[in-house]
Design a protein around this ligand. Structure first.
Ligand code: B16
Ligand code: MG
Length: 223
């Protein structure tokens, strides 16, 4: 029985990926590491510090900086990112999301957030959606980045729901792996060929369909 929906934020509720991209690109330019959109794709769902480590490896500069210097770089990136997301408003909610949240609520099912972003609460506030969420998992308390299931399990725990009664919604491969390893039912949003490990995939948020998810979940848990 479905008792909760647990959402990823970036790429599912709103599209902040481009802001992360611009902020990492600005840092990359300073370091002489060229970050393109294709490489940025590999950072989706990955925590701030781990993203920085991946960027340094990508630019073959992984041994060039102290921990303190890396912390400063991550901080600078975040300051720029926070500046960029200041103007986010309800018009930035991805299509289909408000309808899905409404359908979930009207069926008395809980709603949680499992985002790797430490800025998640501020983004939800700017979108005017914070009150729609019963629990927001705190990424700063999460030790293991997706694909580790920790952040989804934190959200289920915070909601007081058994993971097998949760539906996880994600746009990143690392996120789908995290949902599956948390023993939840996984709903992917995006390209079916890359999100193939999800229980079901919708090509974009506008196609997300509450009834269809519920029917497929019941079918899946009965076989
Ligand atoms: P922050 P999600 C993730 O959000 C982003 O996809 C990823 O690009 C970002 O590095 C990560 O949050 C951490 O974000 O720097 O704001 O703490 O997809 O898990 O909602
Ligand atoms: Mg995402």
């Amino acid at each position: 029985m479905i008792e909760a929906f647990i959402f990823d934020l970036d790429g599912v509720i709103t599209d902040t990926a481009n802001y992360h991209y611009l902020a990492w690109k600005a840092l990359g330019d300073k370091l002489g590491i060229k970050i393109d959109e294709e490489f940025n794709e590999t950072l989706k769902g990955i925590s701030r510090m781990e993203s920085l480590e991946r960027i340094l490896i990508y630019g073959n500069k992984q041994n060039d900086f102290t921990v303190k210097e890396k912390e400063k770089m991550a901080n600078d990136k975040n300051q720029y990112y926070v500046e960029l997301i200041k103007n986010i408003s309800p018009k930035d909610i991805l299509p289909g999301i408000e309808k899905l949240l409404k359908d979930i609520k009207s069926n008395n099912i809980k709603i949680g957030l499992a985002s790797a972003s430490k800025n998640a609460t501020m983004v939800l506030e700017n979108l005017g959606l914070k009150e729609s969420f019963d629990f927001i998992a705190d990424a700063s308390k999460c030790k293991n980045s997706k694909p580790n299931p920790e952040i989804f399990l934190m959200a289920a725990k915070g909601l007081g729901i058994n993971p097998i009664n949760c539906i996880g919604v994600e746009d990143a491969i690392a996120g789908i792996d995290a949902i599956n390893d948390a023993n939840m039912y996984s709903v992917g949003v995006g390209d079916e060929s890359s999100l193939g490990k999800a229980n079901i995939v919708f090509s974009d948020t506008n196609k997300l369909n509450f009834k269809y998810i519920v029917e497929n979940y019941s079918c899946c848990s009965n076989c």
